[in-house]
Design a protein around this ligand. Structure first.
Ligand code: PEP
Ligand code: MN
Length: 264
């Protein structure tokens, strides 16, 4: 069902009033890794809106590697995200890890995110497939293209075709970057599937200075959008500060992207 053989025309995914997919300019999702307080997410929301982002991101349920690190604000975080998104007038996306979180998340945001660690959480995929709700499916840490598209198939097979894929880097032998950004999957996936695909240069690199250049490279490779981590004070971030752009850094990136789009 996710194959171009079955459905030759590109799928357009509608998130709030934003159209993501073929024929529309690249959609930029931006915001902090984690929602930390009402003030923090509001400030981040104002910064990314001002810079020209289309969708606000923020994590309330965090899939952290270790159990002793910040795990996210949970339901309270969803409330804060909802308030911030409404305040600036942007749709919002947030990660869900369990089926029980779906109902509450759907009431607070416009798009659900399935993180890399849950790409093969098949029960979660099936349940989200039964919803009529946009979903961002991130590539698993070591997932092949076939496994990635098969995960999307689980969602679409249940009736939900509002799926956006996200390349966020894969695990390789290289440790100088957090992951290895696989830009070749953009044209590859676009040749195989009608679903839109975006790139997350933040988790792909783990290093702030690499984010803007990889964001530009992603658009050159044909990505339908980007997801970028932005924090008002990255040095104080409770999660992923090293890869987060400041509001100012993100604003610069958005200028570069607008210039680049004119050349593409
Ligand atoms: C995230 O987007 O906050 C995240 C945890 O990303 P990933 O699932 O790609 O690691
Ligand atoms: Mn993060």
């Amino acid at each position: 069902l996710v194959s171009r053989d079955f459905h030759p025309a590109p799928t357009v995914v509608r998130v709030g009033s934003v159209n993501l997919g073929d024929g529309f300019p690249p959609v930029v999702m931006a915001g902090p890794c984690s929602i930390e307080s009402q003030e923090q997410i509001l400030e981040a929301a104002r910064q990314v809106k001002e810079a020209g982002a289309h969708i606000l991101r923020g994590g309330a349920f965090k899939p952290r590697t270790g159990p002793h690190t910040f795990q996210g604000l949970g339901a309270q975080g969803l409330e804060f995200l909802h308030v911030a998104a409404r305040e600036v007038g942007l749709p919002a996306v947030t990660e869900v890890m369990r089926i029980e979180q779906l109902e509450m998340a759907c009431r607070h945001v416009d798009m659900l995110q399935i993180g890399a660690r849950n790409m093969q959480n098949f029960d979660l995929l099936k349940e989200i497939g039964r919803l009529r709700f946009p979903v961002l499916l991130k590539r698993g840490l070591s997932a092949t293209v076939e496994e990635f598209l098969s995960a999307a198939e689980y969602i679409v097979a249940e009736g939900n075709d509002q799926v956006v894929l996200c390349e966020r880097g894969i695990r390789t032998f290289e440790t100088a970057t957090r992951n290895t950004l696989d830009l070749s999957v953009i044209p590859l996936v676009q040749s195989l599937s009608h679903l839109p695909i975006i790139v997350d240069p933040s988790h792909a690199t783990g290093r702030r200075f690499l984010v803007p250049v990889m964001a530009r490279a992603a658009l050159v490779a044909g990505a339908n959008g980007l997801m970028v981590e932005v924090h008002p004070a990255p040095e104080k971030a409770l999660c992923d500060g090293a890869q987060s752009l400041t509001g100012e850094g993100f604003c610069r990136l958005m200028h570069e992207l607008r210039f680049l789009q004119e050349c593409l």
